[in-house]
Ligand binder design. Structure first.
Ligand SMILES: CC(C)(COP(=O)(O)OP(=O)(O)OC[C@H]1O[C@@H](n2cnc3c(N)ncnc32)[C@H](O)[C@@H]1OP(=O)(O)O)[C@@H](O)C(=O)NCCC(=O)NCCS
Length: 156
């Protein structure tokens, strides 16, 4: 399996395939991602301040990680999405994508990586905690009873 970093030009070439990942997880988010419009996604596509790393094997995209690089002096990056196609989950692809994103961001001079997710995203949280992310803020019951919005960060 290859992990490929997509800059602006390659993002355009891969865009139709990348868009499919958002469809996969549409209903895993409340409200569904599709109701939030495309402006953030298009910004991600059209700038080099955001990168996408794809996990690809035999011309099949199996997973993606999407993040914003915030350049110095802030030195804080924001991890936007980590998504693996359901049929390829549980094989370490999510972990590999995250490790690659962290090392890439380290290379950019980033000192802190932040992300936001939900307490119900157990697999994702297991990956984040195993890589050293720490919980620094919780908005309790934000999406319903027991579904907390959780804010994590990693010092790299
Ligand atoms: C979160 C997500 C990206 C994880 O992707 P993944 O490729 O399945 O992740 P990994 O395979 O690295 O780890 C998942 C589990 O598989 C296990 N695993 C990894 N490699 C394994 C292997 N070779 N054999 C058996 N189990 C393995 C991990 O221990 C982990 O177990 P856990 O969930 O009990 O902690 C995926 O579930 C997903 O796309 N979810 C929907 C979107 C989402 O929630 N994104 C994150 C929040 S924004």
């Amino acid at each position: 399996m290859k992990l490929k970093i997509l800059l602006k030009k390659q993002k355009n070439a891969y865009w139709a395939e990348i868009k499919k990942f958002w469809e996969i997880i549409d209903n895993e988010f409340v409200p569904p991602l599709s109701t939030r419009g495309d402006s953030v996604k298009l910004k991600i596509r059209d700038t080099d301040k955001s990168e996408i790393i794809v996990a690809e094997e035999n011309n099949i995209l199996k997973g993606i990680v999407v993040y914003w690089i915030y350049y110095p002096p802030v030195k804080t990056a924001y991890l936007h999405w980590l998504i693996v196609k359901p049929e390829f989950r549980g094989r370490g692809i999510g972990t590999k994508l995250m490790k690659k994103a962290i090392s890439r961001l380290k290379g950019h001079g980033v000192k802190i990586i932040k992300l936001v997710t939900y307490s119900t995203k157990v697999s994702a949280l297991n990956i984040y905690y195993s890589l050293g992310f720490k919980l620094y803020y919780t908005k309790r019951n934000l999406k319903g009873p027991g579904i907390h919005k959780v804010y994590l960060k990693l010092n790299v």
